[in-house]
Design a protein around this ligand. Structure first.
Ligand code: TRP
Length: 355
């Protein structure tokens, strides 16, 4: 299929654009509602790091989306935009290679959301399992039209830069599926403007909370943040939920579904040692404390280089701001191009010329 975009690129015949024409694009994002944690790392950031070298990447700080359940706490969003950017820089996402974008600084996100909402059946939102779960948890006064519509805005986020791939955590998969359906429908009704993006789920799709629950959230206090000090890591790990049926170190324990071992698998590079722990744990030959102490060391070693970079960026806020501004300016260029294609495909930019 020939995409309108490729034709525009060929017509412009700019060498830079031609170079980029062969490079596939990523768009992915995060809501700025708090500092990032280990779950974000193994579920998403790690894949982003791997792909930033080979894809033209757009990493979005989805502040419109954060309004969903935080419209009454803009200070939290303001602080989180900074925090998330520093988290990204600290783990090694590189603004020289990739584009960091704040959603509301590229207002075309809102325009595309509106236009796409008119071809999107309500059922797509009503059936979305992730949205359903979130709405069930949400206080009545926060069940807004905007919240209900956030997957629609996420569809627009992904389609605006005409992304090929969306690396995300497992819970986001229904939104990407919806994106494919909306893209297909738009292309069929109007003109082929959009690509149908693929989903890429991270290495550990669902890291458990330190309380053993399947949902990590800062408000539950069950996360290990990337910015935690050594002491905070130690406290969190030593209080981690393990096998509740194991009362003494000599009781045989369960490894499967045990967060201590899930974290060992995710963060301890010494696989042999982890296997030995698992073996002894099952046999009742090692105490929880020993296994946890080793996990504290592994996580702290993992976080050390991230901490070092963080302290640099904490002290150089101008670099943090510059990283955002560069990405935003690139995102605006592409957004403008896409919206011209969209308006032209829908023929909503030229009413008077046909009179
Ligand atoms: N919903 C994502 C989250 O909860 C954030 C997000 C917004 C996103 N827009 C996106 C993810 C586009 C992938 C693609 O963190």
């Amino acid at each position: 299929m020939i995409y309108a975009h490729d034709l525009i690129v060929l017509a412009m015949n700019g060498t830079k654009e031609l170079d980029m024409a062969g490079t596939k694009r990523i768009l992915t994002g995060i809501r700025p509602t708090g500092a990032l944690h280990l779950g974000h790392y193994v579920g998403a950031l790690e894949t982003w790091l791997e792909y930033q070298d080979s894809y033209e990447s757009f990493f979005l700080i989805a502040d419109y989306q954060a309004l969903g359940d935080n419209f009454d706490d803009i200070d939290k969003i303001t602080d989180s935009v900074r925090q998330v950017t520093i988290d990204w820089l600290s783990v090694g996402l590189d603004p020289e290679k990739s584009n960091f974008v704040i959603q509301s600084y590229v207002p075309e996100h809102a325009e595309l959301t509106t236009l796409l909402s008119f071809i999107t059946p309500l059922g797509m939102l009503e059936r979305n399992p992730t949205l359903k779960g979130e709405l069930d948890q949400l206080a009545v006064e926060k069940r807004t039209v905007g919240f209900f519509n956030y997957p629609m805005s996420q569809v627009a986020d992904i389609l605006l830069p005409r992304a090929d791939l969306v690396p995300v955590g497992e819970d986001q998969a229904p939104h990407i599926e919806m994106t494919r359906e909306v893209a297909r429908k738009f292309n069929r009704i109007f003109e082929p403007v959009f690509k149908e993006p693929e989903t890429k789920i991270g290495r550990v799709p669902r890291l458990k909370g330190i309380d053993g629950s399947n949902k990590m959230s800062k408000s539950k206090g069950n996360v290990i943040e990337l910015r935690f000090t050594e002491d905070q890591v130690s406290k969190a790990v030593m209080s981690m939920y393990t096998d509740p049926n194991r009362l003494k170190a000599t009781d045989p324990g369960t490894v499967e579904g045990n967060p201590v071992f899930q974290y060992h698998d995710a963060f301890n590079p010494d696989k042999e040692k982890v296997n030995d722990f698992k073996h002894r744990y099952r046999e009742g030959k090692v105490g929880d404390v020993e296994v946890k102490k080793d996990l504290v060391v592994a996580i702290n070693q993992f976080l050390d280089p991230i901490r070092e970079k963080r302290s640099h960026y904490e002290n150089n806020p101008n670099e943090v701001e510059a990283a955002l501004m560069k990405g935003i300016s690139k995102a605006r260029e592409i957004a403008k191009e896409t919206m011209e294609m969209v308006r032209s495909a829908m023929k909503i930019n030229s009413y008077t010329s046909k009179w």
